[in-house]
Unconditional design. Structure first.
Length: 100
């Protein structure tokens, strides 16, 4: 069962407990823009993170908040997905057609 959160401490604890680190998609990342953010798990089997660049948690959460994102994750696996907070709100209010 997946959970959804915007809590920075909960996100960091979950990610780090699984070996996760904050990252940005390399082709979107520059000195002026963090770009698209992700959580990468470089030590996971079959990890394909060659297109990601590690960033700081501060950079990650700044972008996370500016883009009004939430994290959907499964505590029993590495599954995670960044979604818009507006999508989460809509789904919580019964709009099950809202895209994640």
């Amino acid at each position: 069962m997946s959970e959804t959160t915007t809590d920075h401490d909960a996100i960091r604890r979950w990610a780090e407990s699984k070996g996760g680190r904050p990252a940005a998609v390399d082709r979107t990342h520059s000195d002026k823009d963090v770009g698209l953010i992700r959580i990468m798990f470089p030590d996971a089997p079959n990890s394909h993170h060659e297109n990601l660049v590690e960033i700081t948690w501060d950079e990650f959460f700044k972008e996370f908040d500016e883009r009004r994102l939430a994290l959907v994750f499964d505590d029993r696996s590495l599954f995670n997905k960044l979604v818009g907070r507006d999508t989460v709100d809509k789904r919580e209010h019964g709009d099950h057609k809202a895209h994640r």
